[in-house]
Write a protein that binds this ligand. Structure first.
Ligand SMILES: Cc1cc2nc3c(=O)[nH]c(=O)nc-3n(C[C@H](O)[C@H](O)[C@H](O)COP(=O)(O)OP(=O)(O)OC[C@H]3O[C@@H](n4cnc5c(N)ncnc54)[C@H](O)[C@@H]3O)c2cc1C
Length: 468
C-alpha cells in the first residue's frame, strides 16, 4: 500500500463499536488534511456485541440512549424510523448495521477526508521516536507494514479467560471456550443438557438461544447473581449525587454506606432503586479513582458483581423470557463452580461435570460465559503481547486493561518515551471502571477524535506534533 507523507495518517485499530465511533467522529470533525485508516479483520461496526443477528439478542440500553453522536441524541432513533421508539430495546444486530451505515454515510460526504479500510489484523507495532511525521509502524498479519502519525487501539473484548476450567474440561471438545465464536452453538448437541459457567449478560443470551423443551440449561457462577431487569416504565432521571458527600466516608466501607444510603433515598423519593443506580453513572470513575489501591482490589472482589448486575440490566422482555424458561424448568440458575470433569462414555457422549458442592451434571456441552478476559498478561493476542514486552504499554494491575493517562494515552514502562498511542473502552477499565458501554465509549471516541485532529493541525502547521 502506498502511503504519502503530505497528510497526517491516523490509524484506528479495531472496527467494533469503539473503533467505528472513533473513525466516525474523526470524519465528522476533520477540517485538516488527514487520512483515517480503519484496520479490522471483519466488517465495521459489529464487533462482539453487535455482530449477532439473533432477534432475541437485544440492546441492554434503550434506543434513545444509543446514539453514535454525543451531540445528537436522536440520531439512532431517527435511523430506526418507525421500527422502534426511544424507550425500546432493539436487536443488537440493528445497532451494528446503524454504526456501519453511519460510517459509510460520513465517508461519502463530499468534503470528507479519506477513509481507508484495511481488512486485516495488527500483529505488531514499533515506535521510532526519531522518525518525525510517522513514528508508528504497524505490522499486519498479512505481512504489510504501514506507518502512522498516531494510532487509537480499539481492541475491545478479548476471548474469555479459561484459567478457572480444570484441564480435563479445557481439553474437551465439549468445552466451548468462547461462545461468541461464529457458529460455536452449532456444536451443542440438540438432545443434551448444557452447562453455562457465568451468570451475566452472555449467559442470558446463551440461555435464551439454547432453551428448549426436554433440555435443562444449567447456569452457574461463584455468586449466582443474574442481571436485574430494566423497569417496564422509564425511571426518573436523578441528578448525580454530590461527589464529596459520597466519598466523605473515606475508603471502601464509607463508600459502600454512602452509596447504599443514596440508593435507598432515591427509592423512597422516586419509587425505584434504578434511579439511584443510574444517577451514580457519571461519578463512578471519579469515585473509583479516589479509592486507595487496596480498596479498589476489594471492591472488585466483593462488590463488583452485585454492582454490575444492577448497573448493566437486561430488557424486561429478556427478563420475562428467562423467568418463563426458569418456571418451565428449562433453565436453572444458581451458585456453583466447576471442580472437575470427565468424559461421559464414548467420544461425543458429553461430559460428567463435578461441582464444588459435590453435585454432578451430565451435559452435552459446557459454555464459557465468564466474560472478556481483562488481565492483559493472560490475553493471547500478538499485538497486546508485543506492547507489554516492549514496554510501550503497561498492564493496569487493578481492574485490567492498560495503564492510561486521563486522555487515554498508553503509559509506557518507566524509561521509555510515550508512543503516540491511545485507547478507549474496555482497555481503560482499570483506570475508569465505567467504560464498556456505548454512552461512555461514544464520549471517549469523540474526545480522542478531537485530540487526534488537534495534533494533526499542529503537525501540519509545521510545529510538529506535541512531544507528549
Ligand atoms: C453480550 C454483550 C452485550 C452487550 N450489549 C451492549 C448494549 O446493549 N449496549 C451497550 O452500550 N454495550 C453493550 N455491551 C458492551 C459492549 O462490549 C460494547 O458496547 C462494545 O462491544 C464495545 O465495542 P468495542 O469496539 O470496544 O469491542 P469489540 O466489540 O470487542 O470490537 C473490537 C474489534 O476490534 C478488532 N480487533 C481486535 N484486535 C485487533 C487487532 N490487533 N487488529 C485489528 N483489529 C482488531 C476485533 O476483531 C473487533 O472487531 C455488550 C457486551 C456484551 C458482551
Amino acid at each position: 500500500m502506498n502511503q504519502r507523507d503530505t497528510v497526517h495518517d491516523i490509524a484506528v485499530v479495531g472496527g467494533g463499536a469503539a473503533g467505528t465511533l472513533t473513525a466516525l467522529r474523526l470524519l465528522h470533525h476533520a477540517a485538516v488534511p488527514v487520512r483515517i485508516w480503519l484496520i479490522n479483520p471483519g466488517p465495521a461496526g459489529r464487533g462482539l456485541a453487535f455482530g449477532t443477528e439473533a432477534p432475541h439478542h437485544l440492546l441492554n440500553v434503550p434506543a434513545g440512549r444509543m446514539s453514535a453522536h454525543r451531540d445528537d441524541p436522536g440520531h439512532f432513533t431517527r435511523w430506526l424510523g418507525d421500527r422502534a421508539g426511544e424507550h425500546d430495546f432493539v436487536p443488537r444486530g440493528l445497532f451494528g448495521r446503524y454504526l456501519a451505515d453511519s460510517l459509510a454515510e460520513a465517508g461519502h460526504r463530499a468534503d470528507a477526508p479519506d477513509l481507508i479500510r484495511v481488512h486485516d489484523r495488527v500483529v505488531g507495532l514499533t515506535h521510532r521516536p526519531a522518525a518525525t511525521g510517522a513514528p508508528l509502524r504497524l505490522r499486519l498479519a498479512g505481512g504489510q507494514s504501514l506507518d502512522f502519525a498516531a494510532a487509537v487501539l480499539a481492541l475491545g473484548n478479548f476471548a474469555p479467560g479459561t484459567a478457572w476450567a480444570p484441564p480435563a474440561l479445557r481439553d474437551s471438545a465439549a468445552f466451548l471456550a468462547d461462545p461468541w465464536t461464529p457458529g460455536a452453538l452449532d456444536a451443542v448437541p440438540e438432545d443434551r443438557d448444557v452447562l453455562l459457567v457465568g451468570t451475566g449478560l452472555t449467559m442470558v443470551d446463551m440461555a435464551l438461544s439454547l432453551r428448549r423443551p426436554g433440555r435443562v440449561v444449567h447456569a452457574l457462577s461463584r455468586h449466582g447473581l443474574v442481571p436485574q431487569p430494566h423497569a417496564t416504565v422509564p425511571v426518573p432521571t436523578v441528578a448525580a449525587p454530590d461527589l464529596d458527600a459520597l466519598a466523605a466516608g473515606a475508603g471502601l466501607a464509607g463508600l459502600r454506606r454512602a452509596v447504599l444510603c443514596h440508593i435507598a433515598r432515591c427509592r423512597r423519593v422516586h419509587g425505584d432503586w434504578r434511579a439511584g443506580v443510574d444517577s451514580l453513572r457519571s461519578v463512578t470513575s471519579a469515585l473509583w479513582q479516589q479509592l486507595p489501591p487496596a480498596d479498589r482490589a476489594r471492591l472488585l472482589a466483593e462488590d463488583l458483581r452485585l454492582w454490575e448486575t444492577h448497573r448493566h440490566r437486561i430488557p424486561p422482555v429478556s427478563a420475562n423470557a428467562l423467568r418463563a424458561a426458569v418456571d418451565a424448568d428449562q433453565v436453572r440458575t444458581g451458585r456453583g463452580t466447576v471442580a472437575g470433569a470427565e468424559p461421559a462414555g464414548p467420544p461425543g457422549g458429553g461430559l460428567d461435570v463435578r461441582l464444588d458442592d459435590g453435585r454432578r451434571l451430565r451435559v452435552g456441552a459446557v459454555l464459557n460465559c465468564t466474560g472478556s478476559e481483562v488481565n492483559l498478561t493472560r490475553v493471547d493476542d500478538p499485538l497486546v503481547t508485543e506492547l507489554l514486552t516492549t514496554g510501550l504499554g503497561t498492564p493496569n494491575p487493578i481492574g485490567g486493561g492498560f495503564l492510561t493517562d486521563p486522555d487515554g494515552r498508553l503509559r509506557p514502562a518507566d524509561s521509555l518515551t510515550p508512543a503516540p498511542l491511545w485507547t478507549l473502552g474496555s482497555l481503560r477499565r482499570g483506570s475508569l471502571l465505567e467504560t464498556t458501554a456505548i454512552p461512555e465509549i461514544r464520549c471517549q471516541a469523540d474526545d480522542l477524535a478531537l485530540l487526534m485532529l488537534d495534533r494533526a493541525a499542529l503537525a501540519l502547521a509545521g510545529e510538529g506534533a506535541p512531544a507528549r
